[in-house]
Design a protein. Structure first.
Ligand code: CP
Length: 293
């Protein structure tokens, strides 16, 4: 089965094949091409989402699939039903693939071993968010043509970031040079990436800001939003020091005026909304890969 659980372990050729297919879908003028007519895809979100959930739904509808939307808040999860029993229930009803977002890390692999239909990871805890990273790679490739040698700084809450992890695996395969920049209490040290100060981080081709994930923090990690902004935020003053060719990225949702000044979200060097736009063709490519190989 063509599940997509993470970018860790995915080879360069496979990543490039997904990006090329996304480019094919982006070029199509006809919005709906029903190559998945008669196939059923369930979007199973056990954690909140706007971009990922809706861009998967748009992608599925553009491919002509039948779409089922599962929301944990309105389901028997509220009566204590487990994630496995929920997914198994939908599988027993005949879905052909499942898009799944989970709060805990480390559950998805085991789930995928017990479920027969392909599963696509739409974000699992702080582990991986592979389709976000693929759309980020796609956005960088759109801007720079190729990623080999590209200097990418990922700045912010690395410790809680599945986006940073998936980007690391993908960028490494494509030959980019990754640096992390984070306060001590937002660092993780499993990945072989150097930490640099904020001034050095700004000297990159791509400056990727991360959301401070207030919902995943135990108390005390951030003393104040203003202090975080002063030390690690992309302020207008810092943005003015970026190279003219550099681009600003952020997976969103954005905490405006915390990790990035509100006025920079639609700055000419920002690619934040193009990232969201690119999410649709990239997810079309991923769903097609899951269901058609
Ligand atoms: N970037 C991202 O995953 O956004 P959502 O949480 O809104 O899906």
């Amino acid at each position: 089965q063509n599940s997509l659980l993470g970018l860790k372990g995915m080879g360069r050729e496979e990543i490039e094949s997904i990006l090329s297919r996304a480019s094919h879908w982006e070029r199509q003028e006809q919005k709906v091409q029903p190559v998945l007519a008669g196939r059923f895809v369930a979007n199973m979100f056990f954690e909140n989402s706007t971009r990922t959930r809706f861009s998967f739904e748009v992608a599925e509808k553009r491919l002509g699939a039948e779409v089922l939307n599962f929301s944990a808040a309105a389901s028997s999860v509220q009566k204590g039903e487990s994630i496995y029993d929920t997914v198994r229930t939908l599988e027993s009803m005949g879905i052909d693939a499942g898009i799944i977002r989970l709060k805990p890390a480390g559950v998805l692999q085991e789930l995928a071993e017990r479920i027969q239909v392909p599963l696509i990871n739409a974000g699992d805890g702080n582990n991986e968010h592979p389709t976000q990273a693929l759309l980020d790679l796609y956005t960088m490739r759109q801007q720079f043509g190729q990623l080999a040698g590209l200097r990418v700084s990922i700045i912010g809450d690395i410790k809680h970031s599945r986006v940073a992890r998936s980007n690391y695996w993908g960028l490494k395969q494509l030959g980019a040079k990754v640096s992390f920049c984070a306060p001590d209490n937002m660092r993780e040290h499993e990945l072989d990436v150097p930490y640099v100060g904020i001034d050095e981080a700004l000297q990159a081709d791509v400056v990727m800001m991360l959301r401070v994930q207030l919902e995943r923090h135990e108390g005390g990690m951030i003393r104040s939003a203003e202090e975080y902004r002063e030390q690690y935020g992309l302020t207008a003053e810092r943005a003015a020091r970026l190279a003219p060719h550099a681009i600003i990225m952020h997976p969103a949702p954005v905490n405006r005026d915390v990790e990035i000044d509100g006025d920079l979200v639609e700055h000419p060097q920002s690619r934040i909304f193009p990232q969201m736009q690119n999410g649709v063709p990239v997810r079309m490519a991923v769903i097609e890969r899951a269901l058609r190989g």
